[in-house]
Design a protein. Structure first.
Length: 697
């Protein structure tokens, strides 16, 4: 015991000192669970100390001694609380365990309470308010930061009376804990289900890649046969190729009833409570609905603009989506007999067969040409071709899991630009889906030093097996490009203040850089740079590339309606003026009905697993994906016109959009790149949708 105590007194918490790693990257290999808790407590203490120093300053409040002092420009001082929170909550999504989950439950109330203490501090707000009214001549970026700071206090309840502030504290603390609980429940449910197959006949229809991955999963668990999970690289091929309809049904129902069972992971009550908490928070702050509260800080601005976008998309795409489903149903009945009644677990299966019949192409045909190591070269090479930047793996940079690779990013002139972490594969402690995050944002300190970002992209792509390397689908390549687009937004950040840099933009603008990059996935000139057969080295055949391009819009209208339905569901929850008392499942079915083109089931539920709008920050914002899709199609049309690798166009995109962060209104940035406002026309053209004539301008 004594020796351990002696060791503990000599050992320093890594968060409390310079990391001493390349580019001051996070020393994941030296951090323990105990370090997190200690750093959280000390970080809160330091924060309180700094705030007390600020509010006790006898000098007149100024931008420099009040606003900058609480942002990211503290000389000789790093924000310990931000430092530890960033690492902890990133790992909570990418590499969690029971200890981490328990610590999250313990720390979340303290962190929410602290955030409320800051935002509801009347002395601090009074100084901010004074500066907002009376300040020196500011640069446009300083003015943006000042406005954001003031608005942040107001939107967090600074103008409420004491009773209102106390009520707001209770509401936000409860909402914060429920969001965490929602995510933890979903991860547990997702990882709990395994489809274990021991009869090889039940694998009929599945490609070798899916069978090999399932065998590797079974071996990892010490089981005979094959194990399929609800992680996308396992679930998606199973639903697309498995001939056994009953097993497809089991997989579908497992996926679509997550957090709906009679067990501690049921999210029904949590969802209802979260919706009601957010409505009450918004109304306490003077807004009619939570959507009104959110949209005040979005490009869309108002509910009517969101609904206009969604309604325009329904009008343009729904007839085509209905026709697509009519053709798919006819095809399925032709194969199975006129009495055959398609169910949701048949959708991917027959879609694949119809696509194969119409275009002679499917995901498995492309896999041998999309080896991950080549895709990495292709995606990085695209950034080199567009922007001149280069990527070099650095094994000396610590990572949090052996699967994670760390790269140094250099600008065209060879200067250091950023660190990029890439985390590709599913595993036990990792949430599903894909996302981009940062371990360090970009900012410029008082001495003019440009602190460069440490960016991370996290995905759940097809894993290598003992027989084959990681071979991707084209959809997975698009996912990689999407997250890489977010990463470029972070990598190119070049602003003075961290809170305005990189992806710190309004949320219906943040998806533009990511969705823009997806356009390259079906461009022949891009595919030809990396798509080579993993065994023979032969390039992706011309006929397959043509088939990919031709089939790009297969079921595109149906996919659009699916996204619109999610947007409608989100808005239905957060445009409520009265408490939500209805049954969640029935509410959901009614909310998105006008975008539906297939019959709905009453024994499944999307809401209870809809992380984006319950725990992911997209509440009243899911429409952003379609909003940004209009922007990305419009922006890529400029590249199509001027050359998809045109360095001058790319430079303009980098300068006006990727490097500016949230320093200006997004539309001002977009217009400076585009030379005008976007229209829906490029999206309709890309998707092959003919616009209703009376709707054309």
């Amino acid at each position: 015991m004594g020796e351990n105590n002696n060791e503990n007194t000599q050992r320093k918490n890594p968060f409390f000192e310079p990391y001493g790693t390349p580019h001051d990257t996070v020393p994941f290999d030296r951090i323990t669970i105990a370090d997190f808790e200690e750093a959280f407590i000390e970080g809160i203490r330091r924060d309180n100390e700094l705030i007390e120093k600020t509010v006790s300053n006898p000098e007149k409040p100024t931008f420099d001694n009040t606003i900058i002092n609480t942002d990211d420009e503290r000389e000789g001082y790093y924000d310990l609380l931000s430092r530890v929170s960033t690492v902890f909550f990133n790992l909570l999504s990418a590499e969690t365990n029971d200890e981490m989950d328990a610590l999250a439950q313990k720390m979340q109330p303290l962190l929410t309470q602290h955030a409320n203490d800051v935002r509801l501090n009347p002395r601090l707000f009074e100084r901010v308010r004074r500066v907002h009214q009376y300040h020196r001549r500011l640069t446009s970026e300083e003015k943006r930061l000042l406005d954001d700071s003031y608005e942040g206090f107001v939107r967090s309840g600074a103008l409420l009376d004491n009773e209102g502030k106390e009520r707001l504290r209770k509401l936000t603390e409860e909402a914060s804990m429920l969001s965490l609980q929602f995510s933890q429940n979903l991860l547990k449910e997702n990882k709990a289900f395994k489809l274990h197959i021991t009869d090889r006949q039940q694998l009929a229809g599945l490609p070798d890649s899916a069978i090999e991955a399932a065998a590797a999963e079974a071996a990892q668990e010490g089981k005979e046969g094959w194990v399929f999970t609800l992680d996308y690289p396992s679930y998606s091929p199973f639903m697309t190729y498995a001939d056994d309809r009953e097993l497809r049904r089991q997989m579908y129902m497992a996926k679509n009833t997550e957090c709906l069972h009679d067990n501690p992971e049921n999210n029904l009550d949590i969802c209802k409570r979260l919706v009601n908490l957010r409505r009450e928070i918004a109304q306490l702050l003077g807004f009619r609905t939570y959507a009104d509260y959110v949209l005040k800080r979005r490009m869309a601005g108002k509910r009517k603009n969101v609904y206009k976008l969604l309604d325009d998309l329904i009008e343009a795409y729904k007839p085509a989506a209905q026709e697509e489903m009519k053709q798919l149903t006819a095809y399925a009945k032709k194969k199975e007999g006129v009495r055959f009644k398609p169910e949701p677990w048949d959708q991917s299966y027959y879609s694949h067969k119809l696509q194969l019949k119409k275009y002679n192409v499917d995901a498995e045909m492309l896999r041998p040409y999309l080896e991950l190591k080549n895709v990495i070269k292709g995606v990085f090479g695209l950034a080199t071709r567009l922007y001149g930047i280069t990527f070099k793996e650095n094994p000396d940079i610590p990572t949090y899991h052996p699967d994670v690779k760390a790269y140094e990013v250099a600008d065209a002139d060879g200067s250091y630009l950023a660190v990029l972490y890439a985390d590709f594969f599913p595993r036990k402690g990792k949430q599903g889906g894909a996302w981009m995050t940062e371990y360090q944002g970009q900012w410029i300190d008082r001495k003019g030093r440009n602190v460069r970002p440490h960016v991370s992209i996290v995905m759940n792509l097809t894993k290598p097996t003992p027989e084959k390397p990681a071979l991707l689908t084209l959809g997975e390549v698009e996912t990689f490009l999407h997250e890489f687009g977010h990463a470029l937004h972070g990598i190119f950040a070049n602003t003075r203040f961290e809170s305005l840099s990189g992806t710190n933009v309004w949320w219906d603008f943040v998806e533009l850089p990511s969705q823009f990059m997806e356009n390259y996935a079906v461009e022949k000139e891009f595919l030809s740079t990396f798509a080579f057969h993993y065994k023979t080295g032969e390039p992706l055949p011309e006929k397959l590339i043509k088939a990919i391009v031709k089939s790009r819009n297969f079921m595109a209208a149906y996919s659009c309606m699916r996204q619109v339905s999610f947007g409608l569901l989100d808005m239905a929850y957060y445009t409520r003026k009265e408490p939500l008392t209805e049954d969640i499942i029935q509410f959901e079915k009614k909310a998105w009905a006008k975008a539906m083109v297939t019959p709905q089931r009453n024994d499944t539920c999307m809401t209870v697993q809809f992380s984006h709008i319950m725990a992911g920050g997209y509440a009243a914002g899911y429409y952003s994906y379609k909003w940004a899709e209009v922007l990305d199609a419009d922006a890529f049309s400029v590249f199509k016109k001027e050359g998809i690798f045109n360095p001058n166009t790319a430079h303009r995109f980098r300068k006006e959009i990727l490097s500016k962060g949230g320093t200006e209104h997004p539309m001002a940035l977009y217009k400076r790149f585009r030379g005008g406002e976007p229209t829906i026309d490029a999206l309709l053209k890309r998707n092959g949708i003919k616009r209703n004539k009376q709707k054309q301008q």
